[in-house]
Design a protein around this ligand. Structure first.
Ligand code: CDT
Length: 310
């Protein structure tokens, strides 16, 4: 048995006017609760330190850059790193990263039990658009504010297991999990900010959005025989609702625990990394069953190529 106690730390809304110190206080309160429940690892959402700013169209880059972190850790998050180290708790959270040479990424980091950053992932599947779109009910400007991640889908050995990360929209793409599973991933950590309504189809509301959230992560877990921890920023941010529905899924694709609220909420579950072994040795033993000679289109083609008309 290789059991780790995982705390999925869902965050409720963060308003545009709120500073990082307000959020960090809430994150610390969740970490204290996680400690009292024996957590080994705490997982926070995508862009955990700010409101989900891609909904706002801003032309002045200097103003946009106020949502970005130039260093990690920095002064604002130092208390989180210090307390995680004190508690010997590994930690994962997402933030907007501005590199010294001026690149912008939607990033997620993983620390070990000492508070040292052992893994960094930069979101690859950026949803949305890059210019103001008057046709939408609200904006989703991730393609404006971020570049696609340049680090691939690495995995890291820590906590006696093999861990990977993904960010929000990545969870809808089977390639995300499979590339990590080809490196033996045992647990995938995901943070998300998912609007409760489709900005291009108002009839698609929270019920369907929560269904797609479960569907995507349950399939990813089952088809790759790994744990998935998927954590929301939820609730009403300045009049724009985000779904909750944070959840932990086992390697059989079953939901073992799920959030009930749209606020700050902690879900703690013991996850045995050895539960990944059976699936990886049987139905999803990639070495025996994959047929890569038929998968060429996956990496040689992005869009659809229709068959010729007859
Ligand atoms: N943050 C993020 O990636 N949100 C997207 C919304 C896209 S609309 C389906 C998501 O995949 O949840």
């Amino acid at each position: 048995m290789r059991v780790i106690n995982v705390a999925a730390a869902q965050l409720g809304p963060i308003q545009r006017a709120e500073g990082r110190e307000v959020v960090v206080k809430r994150m610390l309160a969740l970490m204290d609760e996680a400690k009292s429940k024996g957590a080994d690892l705490i997982v926070y959402p995508e862009l955990a330190l700010t409101t989900f700013f891609p909904r706002w169209y801003v032309e002045d880059q200097a103003e946009v850059d106020l949502w970005f972190e130039r260093d990690m850790p920095n002064e604002a998050v130092q208390p989180l790193f210090a307390r995680a180290a004190e508690y010997q708790m590994a930690m994962n959270f997402g933030y907007a990263e501005l590199t010294p040479d001026g690149h912008h990424f939607n990033t997620s980091i993983l620390t070990d039990r000492t508070g040292k950053i052992v893994g960094k992932y930069r979101k690859i599947h950026l949803p949305g658009h890059s210019e103001f779109d008057p046709e939408r009910d609200f904006q989703h400007l991730e393609k404006r504010y971020f570049e696609p991640g340049d680090l691939g889908f690495p995995v890291w050995r820590t906590l006696d297991g093999i861990f990977g990360m993904a960010v929000c929209n990545d969870r809808r793409w089977p390639e995300t999990y499979r590339v990590m599973a080809l490196q033996g991933v045992e647990m995938v950590l995901i943070g998300y900010n998912t609007p409760s309504f489709n900005s291009q189809k108002g009839s698609e509301g929270p019920e369907k959005r929560l269904f797609h959230n479960r569907l995507a992560v349950q399939a990813g877990a089952y088809q790759n025989s790994c744990w998935v921890v998927s954590v929301a920023k939820a609730g009403d941010e300045d009049g724009f609702p985000l779904i909750g529905g944070s959840l932990i899924v086992n390697p059989d694709g079953e939901v073992v625990i799920e959030a009930k609220t749209d606020g700050d909420e902690l879900l703690v579950h013991p996850c045995d990394l050895d539960d990944t072994v059976f699936g990886k040795k049987t139905i999803f033993d990639f070495a025996r069953h994959r047929r890569i000679e038929h998968y060429g289109r996956i990496t040689s083609q992005t869009g659809v190529i229709l068959p010729p008309e007859t």
